[in-house]
Ligand binder design. Sequence first.
Ligand code: AMP
Length: 108
Amino acid sequence: MNKYMTIFKKIIDWEISSEIVYEQDNLIVIKDINPKAKIHLLIIPKKEIATINDLKDEDRELLADMFFVAKKIAKDLWIEEGYNLQFNVWPKWGQEVMHLHLHLLSNI
Ligand code: AMP
């Protein structure tokens, strides 16, 4: 088990609710509870990986899936012409939840 058992794991396991906008076998996408833009989504792998630093070779496909899902959602939401994708890594650079997640933000 991940030593940083997080709120995202509880969301993935349906122990607490959240606004899930997309789900596939290996990841979910939820609305950020404290949005910093008109659209602020979090792309979260179901696998417990704490940070980018903890990625293993076997996670390459999962990481690629995160970006392809970002692309799909940007298309679905008509924000293809302007959005930001962001990973915060460790608390010194703003990572609050120690479960890997990709922020997708847009003000379009
Ligand atoms: P980070 O600072 O990169 O770790 O981002 C964590 C994000 O998770 C922040 O933008 C929070 O607003 C968001 N967040 C925390 N708890 C929840 C929750 N229960 N549901 C949705 N988003 C959350």
